[in-house]
Design a protein around this ligand. Sequence first.
Ligand SMILES: NC(=O)c1ccc[n+]([C@@H]2O[C@H](COP(=O)([O-])OP(=O)(O)OC[C@H]3O[C@@H](n4cnc5c(N)ncnc54)[C@H](OP(=O)(O)O)[C@@H]3O)[C@@H](O)[C@H]2O)c1
Length: 231
Amino acid sequence: MSPIKYTVLITGANRGLGLEFVKQYALDGYQVIACTRKINKKDELHQLQENFKAISIHKLNVANFSSIDLFAKSFKKSIDILINNAGIYPDSSIDHIDYKIWLEAFKINTLAAFKMTKALLPHLKKGQLKKIASLTSKMGSIDDNSGGGEYLYRSSKTALNMVMKSLSIDLKPYDLSVITLHPGWVRTDMGGPNGLIDADESVTGMKRQIDKLSIKTSGQFIAYDGKKIPW
Ligand SMILES: NC(=O)c1ccc[n+]([C@@H]2O[C@H](COP(=O)([O-])OP(=O)(O)OC[C@H]3O[C@@H](n4cnc5c(N)ncnc54)[C@H](OP(=O)(O)O)[C@@H]3O)[C@@H](O)[C@H]2O)c1
């Protein structure tokens, strides 16, 4: 195994795209800080950790902002890449809206990505790569919305896009670059069995976009395959 190159922190790391990010970055020789809201020693993340000692697992519910602050305070190393992956997709339609869950969707899909970024800024500033990637969705594109509905998910991802765009501007002076990534329609618990691609293909593509990210391209909204998505 080659010496540790860089450190990547991933939220929602226990399943789906988060778990695949953990796997691929571990294979690349990164130190992986895998954050999960529930610790289950029998899950796939822990099985993976048995093969890759560079994976460390941390309990972190991104909806709990004081625990984000505590984590940031206790974590003493620099971070090269932050991946805001954790997300929820509550179903909604004009006839079926739960306002409490709408606020929860905003908290997890939008506010938590900002809070994680803000809390970990000192660590990211000390990192070598200085990159922040957030998993959004094409469903957050206003231009692309031809289907309507899905108010909770769509609006929380549209807001995430705007938050990340502003961060890309505000963080430029620190040489920190920001990208919002659409993973494609992926066969995970969220994407369901009819998704068009598997997690392996999606994450391989997203990692390529994160590799290519620079301060010059900061602020983009792109898909896993590099295609620009209209806002
Ligand atoms: N799959 C797709 O087709 C698709 C398309 C567009 C965008 N995305 C985006 O890609 C990201 C990952 O999606 P996925 O398909 O991998 O979804 P998934 O299979 O449903 O996994 C979601 C992950 O987020 C975690 N999570 C949810 N709330 C959390 C919280 N409060 N604190 C910490 N972790 C939390 C879950 O943890 P638990 O196991 O504890 O619930 C789980 O690890 C999401 O942001 C999603 O919106 C996915």
